[in-house]
Design a protein around this ligand. Structure first.
Ligand code: AMP
Length: 351
């Protein structure tokens, strides 16, 4: 067990790191952020900040030497340089990072575990794309295998002619069949160092332009029916990776049952509602798990919860939002507003 008072290192300097750091501080830990960018909204609330490139082994070693355990809030951290963290433990396990970084690896793993991803094929050339469209059909979505998030690095292909207009980037790609879903939901679990697994209620998620807009708990009954099968798969993923920490798995609800979309080996935007809406938040349970502490209760703290993201220049009327006493406002302290950038969220409880 890593006792309160010790230092937790977090790789990545965004809002997920900021919220994890605040949960760690509540438990009496000191937090050290490592991120390449100069302005880190996580570092603002932490005791120490190393601003260095991911491949700066000297800086990474010095950072790890200051920490009792290291975790990450950003799944596109390159895995190679993380060897410099040893002997300090790195949790969730780097294997989860490796799998979760690559859309093909995660879908292949899910298929091997008996789950169902959208039909997919790897694409490294125009000929591969044509073969993938012939095999899987259109419509479909072409995605970068790595580094995509919030709908970035994605091209919707309605007809084979659409594909001709795409200037294929010189990076590994995957073509996915378009899933006809009637809803989207996520399964978020925490797995403790002792293997104890707890699930939060599954949120029903609505995306706009590839970005999460709204999470609602409880999800609609027709989605809830699909949660047990989705949890079984999420549990298998966590156990196969000997996972420690919070793991998020996103699903499409379809007439054929839950279809795996993607996993994130970290706390997740669709779990932000847990800060007020659950007895223990995803952020606190992640910290408890990586420190070897018992997990907290993941039960609901309200009848219902709604979490809305504040994106770009949405909702500047902060006083207006707070004039409704059921609302909780979370702003991430980002200085520059850009379209599509997640600036904060509002959680509303139904008591
Ligand atoms: P992703 O970044 O892969 O999670 O994609 C963002 C959002 O785009 C998803 O939450 C869906 O709303 C939509 N989407 C992604 N892949 C597919 C697919 N294969 N079929 C239908 N919709 C998709």
């Amino acid at each position: 067990m890593i006792p309160p008072g010790e230092t937790i290192g977090i790789l990545g300097g965004g809002q997920l790191g900021r919220m994890m750091a605040m949960a760690a501080a509540n438990l009496g830990y000191r937090v050290h952020i490592y991120a390449p960018e100069e302005d880190s909204v996580a570092a603002e609330v932490c005791a120490a900040f190393t601003q260095a490139a991911w491949d700066d082994a000297k800086a990474m070693r010095a950072f790890a030497a200051d920490c009792a355990v290291v975790t990450y809030e950003f799944e596109n951290v390159p895995v190679g340089p993380l060897a410099a963290i040893a002997p300090t433990p790195l949790l969730a396990p780097p294997r989860a990072l490796e799998v979760g970084q690559d859309r093909v690896s995660e879908k292949s793993m899910v298929r091997d575990l008996g789950g169902t991803p959208a039909p997919f094929a790897t694409v490294d050339s125009r000929a591969d794309l044509e073969a993938a469209m012939a095999e899987i059909g259109t419509p479909g979505i072409l995605k970068t295998r790595r580094d995509g998030y919030d709908g970035k690095g994605q091209w919707r292909i309605m007809t084979p002619q659409d594909a001709e207009t795409i200037d294929l980037p010189d990076v590994p790609l995957v073509y996915e069949g378009f899933v006809r879903f009637f809803g989207e939901f996520s399964v978020i679990l925490a797995r403790g160092a002792d293997g104890d697994i707890r699930f939060w209620d599954s949120a029903q998620n609505v995306h706009e332009s590839g970005i999460l807009a709204l999470s609602t708990v409880p999800a609609a009954p027709e989605l809830l029916e699909q949660v047990p099968a989705a949890r079984t798969l999420a549990r298998k993923i966590a156990e196969a990776l000997d996972y420690v920490g919070v793991l998020a798995v996103e699903f499409f609800a379809t007439a054929e049952g839950p279809i795996f979309n993607e996993m994130a080996p970290r706390v997740h935007n669709s779990g932000h509602w847990t800060t007020e809406g659950a007895i223990t938040s995803q952020f606190e349970n992640h910290i408890r798990a990586i420190c070897g502490l018992p997990l907290g209760d993941t039960g609901l703290a309200a009848k219902g919860v709604e979490m809305r993201n504040i994106i770009g220049d949405d909702a500047q009327d902060w006083a207006g939002i707070l004039s409704d006493p059921a609302n909780h406002l979370h702003l991430y302290g980002k200085a520059s507003i850009r379209p599509g950038r997640k600036m904060g969220h509002v959680t509303r409880l139904t008591l």
